[in-house]
Design a protein around this ligand. Structure first.
Ligand code: TXA
Ligand code: MG
Length: 341
């Protein structure tokens, strides 16, 4: 199969292109498409055989469930049992948008989508292309991030092509995604809401509506409630070392020390730079600067991981960011990527 890439406007998606993509979805095949967070690799969520193709293409363990994307509030009732009142408040405020809700599923949802869990993850994305595609296909679309399992999520059509060249039929290319980080996954299947994966909607924003708990695992300790969080994740090929940010560590000195140490061992080093350009930063073999606001770091984090991989560095030194707002999600991804290094 030869993968086709078609450019599409995110402001005014071309109807013909949407029809072409929706035909592929309806025929039980895969389309990669942009969302406001990252690219998704989508299939008809109600077609078990089609959904299985996602797991195969990604090399994703089948115990890791998928998010179903909807374009109409009515679809929520088709897929899920009644929601608690507080969840409706969140939907009113954050949909369409990067908030995924874990809800109790109805039997129409195939087991393959939910990894046999009695709950299902649902979100309504805030992207004209995604919404038009779901509407035109006439079915909800199951989609994980469009990347090989364990790799950094795809935030551009080039990233998706790098991972899925000639493995999927079509990539809709609407340029780099807005947030660059995945949606926030919030469990609303119980009496109190719990964040299972911090993401593009911050805990602070959610707390403007109601009190929210952060699952321990989201800080990468304790019992796993979101199956996907147990895997080493979001990781470039290079080994990632997270440089902590605290008063006792001078970041430049620490980078200098690590660079010398690894150069001695014959390793090449890239820096994932989140701090503003600074002449004090020691010289590495490659540097990818994300920009220094939390929004820019979020947007370019996975992009920089992939860029540094293309430079074939052995080690990536990643500079930490403060853990508020989207910084919580950024640090979650950096910790996952660096695993135990
Ligand atoms: O922004 C996003 O969320 C992107 C775009 C494409 O929508 N999608 C995405 O999907 O990041 P994925 O599959 O890469 O991550 C989904 C996460 C995984 O950690 C998975 O374990 C969790 O959601 N999840 C899915 N269904 C779940 C369920 N029923 N219970 C708990 N966690 C669930
Ligand atoms: Mg993913």
């Amino acid at each position: 199969m030869k993968t086709k890439i078609i450019k599409i406007s995110s402001r005014n998606p071309n109807k013909k292109i949407i029809t072409e993509a929706s035909t592929i979805i309806k025929s039980g095949n895969l389309v990669a498409f942009p969302t406001e967070t990252v690219y998704g690799l989508g299939a008809n969520a109600l077609d078990e055989k089609a959904v299985r193709k996602i797991f195969t293409a990604k090399g994703r363990p089948t115990d890791n469930p998928l998010i179903i994307h909807i374009a109409d509030y009515k679809d929520l009732n088709k897929l899920a049992h009644a929601l608690p009142h507080y969840a409706k408040k969140l939907i009113n405020k954050f949909w369409p948008g990067p908030l995924t809700l874990i809800v109790r599923k109805k039997s129409i949802v195939p087991d393959i989508v939910t990894a046999k869990s009695p709950t299902v993850a649902i979100r309504m994305p805030n992207h004209k292309v995604t919404l038009a595609l779901i509407k035109e296909a006439g079915v909800p679309i199951a989609a994980p991030s469009a990347n090989k399992a364990g790799r950094p999520s795809g935030t551009s059509a080039e990233d998706v092509l790098d991972d899925f060249k000639n493995k999927i039929e079509l990539i809709l290319d609407a340029g780099q995604t807005h947030f660059g980080l995945e949606s926030t996954v919030l469990d609303v299947s119980k009496s109190t809401p719990v964040i299972l994966r911090p993401g593009a909607i911050s805990k602070e924003a959610l707390e403007s509506v109601l009190k929210i708990t952060l699952d321990n695992e989201s800080n990468s300790k304790g019992k796993v409630r979101s199956p996907g969080m147990k895997y080493r994740h979001y990781a470039p090929k290079a080994k990632v070392i997270l440089i902590p940010k605290n008063k006792t560590i001078n970041i430049w000195q620490e980078e200098e020390r690590l660079i010398q140490d690894f150069h001695h061992k014959g390793k090449t080093i890239g820096i994932l730079a989140t701090l503003p350009k600074n002449t004090k930063r020691p010289k590495a073999d490659a540097v990818c600067f994300t920009g220094s606001t939390l929004a820019r770091v979020g947007k370019n984090l996975f992009h920089c991981f992939r860029e540094l991989d293309k430079k074939k560095v052995d080690i990536i030194l990643a500079e930490s960011v403060p853990e508020h707002d989207i910084g919580l999600a950024i640090m979650n991804r950096l910790r996952k990527a660096s695993a135990k290094n």
